[in-house]
Every structure is written in C-alpha cells, then in structure tokens.
Design a protein around this ligand. Structure first.
Ligand SMILES: *Cc1c(COP(=O)(O)O)cnc(C)c1O
Length: 395
C-alpha cells in the first residue's frame, strides 16, 4: 500500500494572536533548520550547558535542577507532580481556570488526594481561601497553582502563594507556562519549589518543549521518595543521568536536537532583549490594544490590576456571532485569535500578545481586522477610532 500523497506540506501564512502557539521568531526557525548532530556529541553537550544557564536566567534561579523536558508544557506539569507526589499524599490545588483542573487530574492519577480551592473564572486565586485550605490540611505535601491562567488572562499572586506554602512546610508547584518572558517570574525570590513553562507562549519558540526547574528542597524530595516515580520517561532521577554534570552524561532518550537549537536561540533572544525590557514591551502593547478595543466599545472583563498583558480576555458584544468573527479574521487576514474556554466559551475572545508577536503592527492589524468584522455584523462603532487610540498610546 502507498499513501497517494506526493506534494510537500506548505502551511498557510498566519499571524498567531491566540493563547499559543505564538508567532515564532524567524531566527528560531532558522536555528532549527541547522544540521542535526548526535545527542552525545561534545558540541551538543556544550549546548545543553548553555541552555541550562539561559533557563536559569529566564526563571531567575540558581537551581541546579533546571532543564528542558522533551515534550510540551503539559509534560512539564506532569513531571512536577509525578516527581514530587507519592500515592497517599494530599495536594492543595488552587483552580481559577482550565489549567488548575488539569493539575487536579495529575494529582489524582498519581494516587494522591486533591483538596480543591476554587475561584471564579476570570478572577485571581483568593489568598485567604488558599491560606484556610493550608490551615485545614497541615499534612499536605504541596500547594499547586497556575501563575498566569491562559484560559482567562489572569495573573495570580505567585510570590504570596509560594511563601504561604513554604511557611507551612509544603512544596509549591507553579505553572509558569504563559508567564515566563511576559511578566516577572522570580523562582528564587519567591522560593518556588517546582516551576515549569513552555516554549510556545512568550518564548515564541516552536511548541513541544517544557523548561522546568526544581529547588534544592524539591530535588531532595525526588531523591528520597519512597516509591519510584510512576513515569519512567519523566523520572528526574533518570533524566539527570543525561542532563546532569557534563562528565557522566548517559543515554536516557534521544533529545529533540533541533528543538533544543530552537529553544537555545529563543533564550538567546530573550537575554539580548533583557527580561525587564521584554516585560515592558508586553505591557506597552497590551495598553495600546486595550485602548483600541475600548475605543471600539469592547470591554476587557478582567480586573485591570491582575490582567495578563500577554493574554487579553475580551467580552463578545451581544448579538455578535463570535465564531464568525474569528473565521473572518483567519480568512481575510490570516489572523488567529482564541475562543473562550469552558465557562467563557461563546462569551469571550482571547487575544494573545506573546513574545515575538507582541508588537505594534500586530496590535494595529488586530484592531482594524476586528473592527471590520464587527461592522459587517452591524455593530455600531466609529470606523478608525480603534487604531487611532492605539496610535495615541504609542505616541
Ligand atoms: C499552554 C499551557 C499549558 C500546556 O502547554 P502545552 O504546550 O499545550 O502542553 C499548561 N499551562 C498553561 C497555563 C498553559 O497556558
């Protein structure tokens, strides 16, 4: 049998302004197209050391156990749970969107009990409720939460939550998939124990890799667990044989060599710009987008004090077919924005301004494209006002 396909695949040109993947910097695609070398080649081993150092910068940590998991952000989440949690443990999980729900799944599948602290979608994790759960469950192993909830565009107070966990002798597990590069993440200053991210959000890299970092306290916990990590592939004790000290590197799995070139380049770009400058750029473009959306009469339902600049939740006006708007943006402009998830499905759009894609040209394109789509659906608005408001924000 042969598949009757003879043509190469050529993806359409898109501008990715959804919840991820984000637009990939062309420098990263070029880095990825370089020749593949062996995963134990001395040149690759040197590259691995550089990647570790660059990840320590991105996470703002000196943690020795800092490395990229060879799988997407979801695998970083799973790695954090399966390495730190043992059957019979209790874990407090704060949930205010989609990804907290996945944390619960990870806890229960690891044979542990999840104590849920739930907050409404679109609001932050309530610190008092989290503190009450800690008090009510003094024997809990860990407190887990999502820093930047991509499903709603909300940033919770990671510093306070990590501090609460360590004050109670619990480990903190922190999802920083959407935060790294877009808003401050300070693993050491916060005392975070397990923090994972992803390549395809504000790092603007191709999807499929999950940077992760463990504190010394967490690493000790992994070394001294009672039962082996249930996942062979994600067992840090084994992965360290490959990503650990350069002299004794041994085969664990074949690293996704070219994807690591890409990650390296994305981290070099982040370091060139500087974390502070990257955070400021994300904020500036968010402000211009916000001003433009508001000039169109659209509203951003998240409290301004906790909005993520890299992920903007926008309410769909009454009577507007939100799916048709997204389809038109894609068809007419090659522009992808995100739909609402879960409780927000059909009610909101999610506009990403992540990494390389967080730039004035994208802000203006999105505003004018959205304006056109809304006008075609009979929404009354002043043509041109949105881009003018964004221009004013940049002036
Ligand atoms: C995207 C995302 C993930 C999952 O990352 P994948 O690369 O899609 O597996 C996890 N947590 C948050 C907060 C995310 O935004």
């Amino acid at each position: 049998m042969t598949a009757n396909i003879t043509a190469s695949f050529h993806p359409p040109r898109r501008i990715l302004m959804g919840p991820g993947p984000s637009d990939v910097n062309p420098r990263i695609l070029a880095a990825m197209g370089q020749p593949t070398i062996g995963h134990l080649d001395p040149a690759f081993v040197d590259l691995m050391d550089e990647v570790k150092g660059l990840l320590q910068y991105a996470f703002q940590t000196r943690n020795e156990l800092t490395l990229p998991i060879s799988a997407p952000g979801s695998a970083g989440m799973e790695a954090a749970f399966v390495n730190l949690i043992e059957p019979g443990d209790t874990v407090i999980v704060c949930q205010n969107g989609v990804f907290g729900g996945r944390m619960k799944e990870n806890v229960t599948r690891a044979g542990a009990t999840a104590v849920m602290v739930t907050d409404d979608w679109g609001t932050v994790i309530d610190l008092e409720k989290a503190q009450a759960a800690i008090k009510a469950n003094p024997g809990a192993r860990a407190l887990a939460f999502v820093h930047a909830e991509t499903s709603t565009g909300v940033a919770s107070d990671a510093a306070a939550l990590c501090k609460m966990a360590s004050a109670a002798g619990m480990l903190s597990i922190l999802d920083a998939v959407t935060s790294v590069g877009g808003i401050p993440v300070a693993v050491d200053a916060w005392g975070a124990d397990a923090t994972y991210s992803g390549t395809q959000k504000c790092l603007s890299c191709t999807p499929g890799i999950s940077p992760i970092t463990f504190s010394e306290r967490a690493a000790e916990r992994i070394r001294t667990r009672g039962v082996p990590v249930q996942s062979w592939f994600l067992d840090m004790n084994l992965i360290m044989g490959y990503w650990g000290a350069a002299t004794k590197r041994a085969y664990h799995h074949t690293a996704p060599i070219n994807a690591i070139y890409a990650l390296h380049e994305s981290l070099v770009i982040l370091q060139e710009e500087g974390l502070e400058a990257s955070w400021a750029r994300h904020r500036k473009n968010h402000e211009a987008l916000r001003d433009g959306l508001e000039a169109m009469g659209l509203s951003l339902p998240v409290d301004p004090r906790v909005r993520l600049p890299q992920l903007n939740l926008v309410s769909v006006p009454d009577g507007v077919d939100e799916a048709r708007v997204r389809a038109e943006l894609l068809e007419h402009h090659g522009l992808e924005i995100g739909a609402g998830l879960g409780a927000l499905a059909g009610k909101a759009w999610r506009i990403g301004l992540m990494g390389y894609g967080s730039n004035p040209a994208n802000v203006r394109l999105c505003l004018s494209a959205l304006e056109g789509a809304l006008l075609r659906q009979g929404v009354k608005l002043k043509a041109g006002a949105a881009v003018a408001a964004a221009d004013a924000a940049y002036a």
